[in-house]
Design a protein around this ligand. Structure first.
Ligand SMILES: [Zn+2]
Length: 292
């Protein structure tokens, strides 16, 4: 059995926070490809992940959210897909190896395409698309596959099947973003997500991003209530709600607010608590302090 499941049987664990927010602070421009930094500025990625691990994260996330073919093609980088995903995993591996008890999640975000008939993706074509990314992540040495910020259960299913095909021994963590009246953009409710993803063989299921910690508490309770035996729940809330300041969005959720949210999640029976957009290692440290 994976060491991740063993650790989850024993304690509530902490996962990390935002990558995009941190890279923007380090000079990544709006149109820039974050994944390119895995080879061009690996020291910046490593510094961010090191800060999260040092803050008490049991899970750190590779800088590969946009590492699928269509998203890399927007930057003319599709021919470097394997290289960029592998490099992203290798950086996180180095960091985790310095921190006993820290696991690497290989990050997979939405492909950018929609499922048929609104878009062109089928479960089969999606599986091939995600498999390509996962081969790079596995080559770089990940401990688990994180499928995140998803809206469509069909797309999650494609990514799950790809993970099961390429890396049948790695735990899968699947989270959706319930940012539209407590549903995903495609209308999926939290309880439905838990039940359906468990049926596909996923044991760590949850919610990420979304609309702040108050809504996350409602979503988490629905998920905890709906979970089948043997399923662990993960929540990664944004640090508050985005507020427009000048021409950029600012998240004003403080570390204290996320510390309170983490205590609430733990009391509810959530197994992994992390954060998403707008968060930093200071938020992670507050989460870790309140559940550790
Ligand atoms: Zn987010």
């Amino acid at each position: 059995m994976s060491a991740i499941y063993e650790a989850l049987e024993k304690a509530t664990l902490t996962s990390d926070g935002a990558m995009g927010t941190m890279l923007q602070a380090r000079g990544l421009t709006d149109g820039g490809a974050p994944e390119l930094w895995n080879v061009e500025k690996p020291e910046e990625i490593e510094a961010v992940l090191e800060a999260y691990a040092a803050a008490g994260s049991n899970f750190i996330t590779t800088n590969t959210f946009g590492g699928t073919r269509g998203r890399l093609a927007m930057h003319g980088l599709e021919e470097r897909l394997f290289e960029l995903n592998k490099a992203g995993a290798q950086i996180a591996r180095r960091v985790a190896d310095r921190h006993p008890g820290c696991f690497v999640m290989g990050d997979i975000g939405p492909s950018g395409d929609l499922m048929e008939p609104m878009g062109t993706m089928s479960v089969e074509s999606g599986q091939a698309l995600f498999a390509e990314q996962i081969r790079g992540l596995v080559a770089g040495g990940i401990d688990a596959i994180l499928i995140e910020t998803m809206s469509d259960l069909g797309e999650v299913e494609a990514a799950i099947k790809a993970a099961q095909e390429v890396a049948p021994n790695l735990p899968i963590i699947a989270t959706m973003s319930f940012d539209t009246n407590l549903r995903t953009m495609m209308g999926v409710k939290p309880a439905m997500a838990v039940q359906q993803l468990a049926t596909l063989g996923v044991r760590i299921i949850g919610a990420n991003c979304g609309r702040g910690t108050d809504e996350m508490a409602v979503i988490a309770q629905d998920m905890v209530n709906a979970r089948p035996e043997g399923v662990f729940i993960i929540t990664q809330s944004n640090a508050g709600l985005p507020k427009l300041q000048g021409d950029e969005f600012i998240y004003d959720g403080t570390p204290e607010e996320l510390g309170k949210y983490a205590a609430q999640m733990k009391a509810m029976g959530v197994n992994i608590v992390g954060s998403c957009c707008g968060s930093s290692p200071a938020h992670t440290a507050a989460i870790h302090a309140s559940i550790g």
